[in-house]
Design a protein around this ligand. Structure first.
Ligand code: AMP
Length: 181
């Protein structure tokens, strides 16, 4: 029997309770990445609306966004931009602070990674509060990028990340939603 996309993804994503701390349900995509069919399906579905359109660059958020973003960039024949935790990139960077559940952190990208007007898709595995993706979107816009969309395999809608990005006029694409956090 043919499985729906949602069944395939839910079946391939592993949930680990109380990781990294009590009360968190960690949605682990390593099992999805290790499942050839599920990995391909997730990438195909994320890419689908943009196939045949001009996308200059895909920006992936460290670290799981690199794996999905690299595959998406290949499929769209786009370049790839790594958005990294501070101190990891060797050349001249732009930096932004973003909020985590407790406190703030900073992320960076190379100043010359994107040119003004380039069409960019932002990618990560999961959107929760949206703080991480919002920071990445700000960095890209600061350098003049035209953000076509932000794509995630997993949405945790109760945490409001999608709404936060949409309020910044960033279209959001997600494939499967989980209640709670
Ligand atoms: P946020 O900035 O709150 O949207 O958090 C998104 C980032 O934290 C992404 O890079 C996710 O990989 C990670 N993350 C947040 N919550 C979870 C969760 N429940 N399971 C797995 N990863 C998570």
């Amino acid at each position: 029997m043919k499985t729906t996309l949602e069944e395939t993804l839910r079946g391939a994503i592993r949930t680990i309770p109380d990781y990294p701390k009590p009360g968190i349900l960690f949605r682990d995509i390593t099992t999805l990445l290790g499942d050839a069919r599920a990995f391909r399906r997730a990438v195909d579905e994320l890419v689908h609306p943009y196939a045949g359109t001009k996308v200059d660059k895909v920006a992936g958020i460290e670290a799981r966004g690199f794996i999905l973003g690299g595959a998406i960039a290949h499929q769209l024949s786009s370049g790839f931009i790594p958005i990294r935790k501070k101190g990891k990139l060797p050349h001249d960077t732009v930096r932004v602070a973003y909020s985590l559940e407790y406190g703030i952190d900073e992320m960076e990208m190379h100043r010359d990674a994107v040119k003004p007007g380039e069409r960019v898709i932002l990618v990560d595995d999961l959107i929760a509060t949206g703080g991480t993706a919002e920071g990445a979107a700000k960095l890209l816009r600061q350098m003049g990028a035209d953000i076509v969309a932000a794509c995630f395999v997993i949405d945790l809608p109760d945490l409001g990340g999608r709404a936060k990005l949409e309020a910044l006029d960033v279209p959001v694409r997600t494939l499967v939603a989980y209640e709670g956090h």
